[in-house]
Design a protein. Structure first.
Length: 139
């Protein structure tokens, strides 16, 4: 499921801070980037295997590493939404894009109704999502 937190922003300042930390050789940032690379490789394997639970767990792991890149990566709205969805049984999720923005996505179990209700109760707008079996198309 895809949720809009109600608060978006331009990611340029976040990206600038991360790039500056990387250029300084900040070990927290370089370690997080390496870990995100490892998560990406594991994600490809999980997707090929059709292991939805593993995909969800890896999304959450990526999100933890992404947050280590910059203190402003996760807004209070995102934290509240993430907590609400976890309590409602979401299997995992993360911010869309570079983080600290307006949207997050989550993988739910077979019945998404509790997660949808929890997201709405947390003040988020649940946006429509549909899987495309043939992949991404560009016009």
């Amino acid at each position: 499921m895809l949720c809009y937190t109600g608060r978006s922003r331009v990611s340029g300042a976040t990206i600038e801070r991360v790039m500056a930390a990387y250029e300084r050789g900040d070990s927290n940032v370089t370690g997080a980037l390496r870990a995100m690379k490892d998560v990406a490789a594991a994600m490809a394997e999980a997707l090929r295997a059709g292991d939805v639970a593993r995909v969800a767990a890896l999304l959450s792991e990526n999100w933890r590493h992404q947050q280590a890149l910059d203190p402003g990566m996760r807004t209070p709205e995102m934290a509240g939404l993430e907590s609400a969805l976890k309590t409602a049984g979401a299997l995992g999720g993360k911010a869309a894009g570079s983080g600290a923005g307006g949207s997050m996505f989550f993988v739910t179990g077979d019945d998404p109704a509790p997660a949808i209700a929890a997201a709405r109760a947390a003040g988020a707008t649940v946006l429509p999502v549909r899987w495309a079996l043939e992949g991404v198309r560009a016009w």
